[in-house]
Design a protein around this ligand. Structure first.
Ligand code: FPP
Length: 247
């Protein structure tokens, strides 16, 4: 579908806007180090960028905006850094509770929340309740998220249902497997962007990215702007998506 520029969005030519854009928010640490600041300052700046880019995506008609905020492997980081990131989640979830309805952006959290601080879990519950009735773009934060972990959990849940006689092994299809994933009901991302210069997927949306287009840029996440999103969308528009077929 081709969306025209909406009022408020910076100038952009008519182009197909992906309905689902996902981002691996990378480069916070290096951004801070370049400025002689602690890594935690980079994450704080990265949180501001998340807010700005979520609003930008909403303004151009993106329907789903998913970001990789904390992986199942990120617990290996120094305790002080993990604590700082968790406190940023706390802050942004509280802010979301205040502004979601006004801004027309809902917020969901994908990931295993069992090891997360109970206060954060309670905030996620409140955010979910509000999101249930907010129309507009869905922003999703992947917290304690791993793509392989998500698939294993889904397989385990399906096996449990089969063992209990609630499901039949032969009934499983690629389409209904999605209902066991965190992204139940969310279309696969057409475009996945990784700032920060690395060119790997880092266990992000392993199932959902089967046919996603990737866009890599050296820009560090705290420096990321709407213009970079536009460059990524322009690049996406030049790709020929064949989904395994021929054109
Ligand atoms: C990767 O950069 C970034 C993270 C592991 C944390 C992302 C968290 C935030 C942006 C803060 C809060 C976010 C939201 C959405 C409320 P890195 O530290 O690996 O960077 P480096 O590769 O330069 O070291």
């Amino acid at each position: 579908m081709v969306f025209k520029k909406k009022a408020g969005a910076p100038a952009a030519t008519d182009r197909a806007v992906p309905q689902h854009i996902a981002i691996i928010m990378d480069g916070n640490g290096r951004w801070a180090q370049k400025r002689g600041l602690p890594r935690t300052a980079g994450h704080a700046a990265g949180g501001e960028t998340f807010r700005t880019i979520a609003r930008y995506c909403n303004s151009i008609g993106v329907k789903y905006f998913t970001v990789y905020a904390f992986s199942t492997e990120n617990w290996k980081r120094p305790a002080e850094e993990v604590k700082a990131i968790m406190s940023l989640f706390n802050r942004y979830l509280r802010e979301a509770i205040e502004i979601m309805e006004k801004e027309g952006i809902s917020l969901r959290v994908f990931g295993d929340l069992a090891p997360i601080d109970p206060e954060l879990r309670e905030l996620v519950g409140r955010v979910n309740l509000i999101s249930d009735h907010v129309e507009g773009m869905q922003a999703s934060l992947c917290i304690n998220y791993g793509g392989r972990d998500e698939i294993v959990r889904a397989a385990r849940e399906f096996a449990r249902r089969c063992a209990e006689g609630e499901a039949d092994p032969d009934s499983l299809t690629e389409e209904n497997f999605n209902s066991y994933l965190y992204t139940d009901g969310v279309p696969d991302p057409e475009l996945i962007i990784r700032p920060g210069g690395e060119k790997r997927t880092s266990n992000f949306l392993m199932w959902q990215s089967a046919y996603s287009e990737y866009y890599f840029t050296d820009v560090l996440w705290p420096d990321f702007t709407g213009e970079v999103i536009e460059e990524a969308i322009a690049d996406f528009n030049r790709r020929q998506r064949r989904f395994g077929g021929v054109v």
